[in-house]
Write a protein that binds this ligand. Structure first.
Ligand code: PGA
Length: 262
């Protein structure tokens, strides 16, 4: 559902979505422990969607740990087929069956280390939508792209190709995470102004693809977001949430970011 909120002096029709991305961290038991603590810390939060992306081995118990709370669980990857001879892979059907609600797709680490192409990521976006879950599509430029003045172009290509053949109706259920690669895990955050400028450019691309639906689409910022800088970033008109790596590993720091989004 869509809720309005006040951002600066503007009414905003988008939800705020704060999502953690644990990456390859936490055993099953550690995941349950963190989520149990987190649930308590954010139980009174309204108007913010709270999501934690956990590794496959922790997903089933993570979903059970947050049952009945305002925290939802994301997977960090998926294979875009519903079943079959794909040794070692996990399907959208399997994730949906255990109660996973979101899937993080096209993270820069997957693009870099696992050579994921925009075309493959696009297949994943479609497969996740078809299974009735929400894709969180990550895009973002590398430092050399920014320095060469190619930021807008790189993000546009990743958005257009990642969302190829997606309808405006489907786009309503897609979250974009803008993560400048040079800001991930480096402690370097984009300034709020710099991030806002790129978010706005990305929304323009979405407008040209999906019309007014683009105004309803959540665009998260990711890259060294932490309790100290979250409020300033989240106050920008086109920043509708965050995708948080390092600062999502501890319940207390992640909860502070959630509270900053209110
Ligand atoms: P970071 O990671 O918050 O540790 O920079 C963000 C991400 O990669 O999603």
């Amino acid at each position: 559902e869509i809720t309005t909120r006040l951002v600066g002096s503007e009414m905003c029709i988008r939800d705020s979505v704060i999502a953690g991305n644990w990456k390859m961290n936490k055993t099953n038991a550690e995941a349950v422990e963190m989520l149990t603590e987190l649930k308590g810390l954010v139980k009174d939060v309204e108007g913010v969607k709270i999501v934690i992306g956990a590794p496959f081995t922790a997903l089933s118990d993570a979903v059970k740990a947050v049952e009945g709370s305002n925290v939802e669980i994301a997977a960090e990857n998926v294979y875009p087929k519903s079943s079959g001879a794909y040794t070692g892979e996990v399907s959208p059907t399997m994730l949906k069956a255990i109660g996973v609600k979101y899937v993080i797709l096209g993270h820069s680490e997957r693009r870099e280390y696992f050579k994921e192409s925009n075309e493959f990521i696009n297949e994943k976006v479609k497969a996740v939508l078809a299974a009735g879950m929400t894709p969180i599509l990550c895009v973002g430029e590398k430092l050399e792209d920014r320095e060469a003045g190619r930021t807008a172009e790189v993000n546009e290509t990743q958005v257009r190709e990642g969302l190829k053949d997606i309808t405006a109706e489907e786009a309503k259920n897609i979250i974009i995470a803008y993560e400048p690669v040079w800001a991930i895990g480096t402690g370097k955050t984009a300034t709020p102004e710099m991030a806002q400028e790129t978010h706005k450019e990305i929304r323009e691309v979405l407008k040209s693809m999906f019309g007014t639906v683009a105004d309803e689409m959540v665009i998260q910022y990711g890259g060294s977001m932490k309790p100290e800088n979250a409020a300033e970033l989240l106050a920008q008109a086109d920043i509708d949430g965050g995708l948080i790596g390092g600062a999502s590993l501890e319940a207390a720091s992640f909860a502070k970011i959630v509270l900053a989004a209110k």
